[in-house]
Design a protein around this ligand. Structure first.
Ligand SMILES: *[C@@H]1O[C@H](CO)[C@@H](O)[C@H](O)[C@H]1NC(C)=O
Ligand SMILES: [Cu+2]
Length: 237
């Protein structure tokens, strides 16, 4: 009997410790639960960096039933994550989950809804990682204290067109060996109605990340002094 109770508690604790992207905000305006988002079937992380689930989470290769948000380039987009489909005040992404927060964009050849995000199409526009080594303050701590939210300004030089926005939170509490790092991924569909004419650098997701990357297989509990997130530098436009 006790064994069963402990087993249940343990599995509940594990499930509780995961999270999903649930809202985006456009210039400070909440767009509503799950709107414009490719919603995965549950809050489990992706751990295989060679899987197509790394692109836009499980079942994320198309967004046929997902609407696309129209915005001009230069907008401030906020992503909001929670453990459960609610804003209850619980730790939004669970305090034990420490690691970087990154945002990528990929331009669709036609519509965002039909775009699978495969190939060298992703440009990194935001990355925040280990903010203070001595206090072990990570970008994820800021997300937790900010109601599950982090923001990015869509670079004004991006060409007009339909895009996937991909935000990623990598939890590194079990990443001493590979697979171990937990990739939490959310993709939003947007249409940039006016922009610029930049041709920014691009990577593949999956493809560029390797299990051996120092930002993916890393012990964060051994006096880590600096951290290099996977996927290369940020393009700021
Ligand atoms: C983006 O919006 C968020 C939420 O409204 C705000 O906290 C943040 O300061 C804004 N960032 C910029 C660069 O304007
Ligand atoms: Cu978790």
């Amino acid at each position: 009997m006790m064994k069963t109770v402990f087993a249940l508690l343990a599995s509940a604790a594990l499930a509780n410790a995961h999270f999903t992207m649930q809202y985006i905000w456009d210039n400070g305006v909440d767009q509503g639960l799950d709107n414009y988002l490719r919603v995965p079937p549950n809050n489990n992380p992706v751990t295989d960096v060679t899987s197509k689930d790394l692109t836009c989470n499980v079942n994320g290769l198309s967004g046929a039933s997902v609407a696309t948000l129209s915005i001009p380039a230069g907008r401030n987009i906020t992503f909001e994550w929670h453990q459960h489909a609610q804003r209850t005040g619980e730790d939004p992404i669970s305090g034990g989950h420490r690691g970087p927060v990154q945002v990528y964009v990929a331009k669709a050849p036609s519509t965002a809804a039909s775009f699978d995000g495969q190939g060298a199409v992703w440009t990194k526009i935001y990355s925040s990682g280990l903010l203070n080594p001595s206090s072990m303050l990570w970008a994820t701590d800021i997300v937790n204290s900010n109601g599950g939210k982090h923001s990015v300004v869509i670079p004004a030089l991006l060409p007009a067109g339909e895009y996937l926005l991909r935000a990623e939170i990598i939890a590194l509490h079990t990443s001493q060996t590979y697979p171990g790092a937990q990739f939490y991924i959310g993709c939003a569909q947007v249409k940039i109605t006016s922009g610029g004419n930049a041709n920014p650098p691009k990577i593949s997701i999956p493809g560029t990340y390797k299990g051996s990357d120092p930002g993916i297989t890393v012990n964060i509990y051994n006096n880590l002094q600096s951290y290099t997130a996977p996927g290369g530098p940020v393009w700021s436009g």
